[in-house]
Write a protein that binds this ligand. Structure first.
Ligand SMILES: [Zn+2]
Length: 278
């Protein structure tokens, strides 16, 4: 993953109203904000806070399973409001924006949440047909022998720093992965420390379907393409943060990381129904 940060503006305002004299001033910062709190991939976000004089400040952007991104804001030389605007290309996700204020080697931390939403809107996705129900029979995403695995494969189980947002389907590397539903390709990307090669489908039912750890070089669909139910997307692989060949499968309502209302649901009941209907 390539992360690009470019400082656009660093604005110091409001001269010292009550400059603290020397001595043992503890690092302080108030009113730390990240706005907008949901930013589109590649758009600008502004961090603002009231800073302590002569403090070294930075913002770390942290998300489970993703490498942390450090944004250095420089040294604050006057009391007042510091605003720094950044243009970020981050993989979509919910981040903690952690402001770190350092005064004489002593650190203090302030946190805000920052959601990075995918840039592309599923504008080309047709409206869901009224007859399609959430649990209607669909094509099973793994076209070959598979297992649902044990409890550790289930939705909601603990993972380092977060809970498991999908269902793992163990299958041999190279087994075809197909879309359970017609729709369009919403996102195609690679994340070395997390998802590996992955694809997100915007289904005609309005939900998003996520396929992770795909085999390198196996993805045969491009972002924006219209796809049919049962169409091959890629192969089962073992890329990214994966410890054995499997498909990590997610279903999201209200879009994949699109808004605060976005959330993954447990896909297991539907997967079981689709498997039984084969
Ligand atoms: Zn998984």
């Amino acid at each position: 993953m390539i992360v690009v940060f470019a400082v656009l503006i660093a604005l110091f305002a409001a001269p010292a109203a009550q400059a603290q004299s020397g001595g043992a001033a503890a690092p302080t910062a108030q009113g730390f904000t990240a706005s907008p709190s949901t930013v589109t991939e590649g758009a600008a976000v502004t961090f603002a806070f009231n800073a302590t004089p002569k403090a070294l400040v930075r913002v770390d952007l942290i998300a489970p399973g993703k490498p942390a991104v450090r944004a250095r804001l420089g040294r604050v030389n006057a009391t007042g409001t510091l605003k720094a605007t950044w243009t970020a290309t981050l993989t979509p996700g919910r981040y903690t924006a952690r402001l770190v204020v350092t005064v004489r080697g002593s650190k203090q931390y302030f946190r805000q949440t920052l959601t990075v939403a995918p840039k592309a809107a599923p504008a080309s996705a047709p409206a869901p047909p009224a007859t399609l129900t959430a649990t209607g029979s669909k094509t099973f995403p793994v076209q070959g022998p598979f297992t649902f695995g044990g409890d550790g494969s289930k939705f909601g189980v603990g993972r380092t720093g977060h809970s498991h947002q999908g269902q793992d389907l163990a299958a041999a590397e190279g087994t075809p992965v197909v879309s359970p539903i017609a729709g369009s390709v919403y996102h195609v990307a690679y994340q070395a420390k997390g998802a590996g090669y992955y694809v997100v489908i915007a289904g005609v039912d309005g939900r998003h379907y996520v396929f992770m750890h795909l085999q390198a070089g196996s993805t045969v669909v491009a972002k924006g393409a219209t796809i049919a139910a049962g169409q091959r997307l890629a192969n089962v692989g073992n890329t990214g943060g994966s410890d054995g060949p499997h498909l990590h499968f997610e279903i999201w309502v209200n879009g994949w990381w699109a808004t605060k209302a976005s959330a993954p649901i447990d896909p297991l009941p539907e997967l079981q129904a689709w498997a039984a209907a084969k």
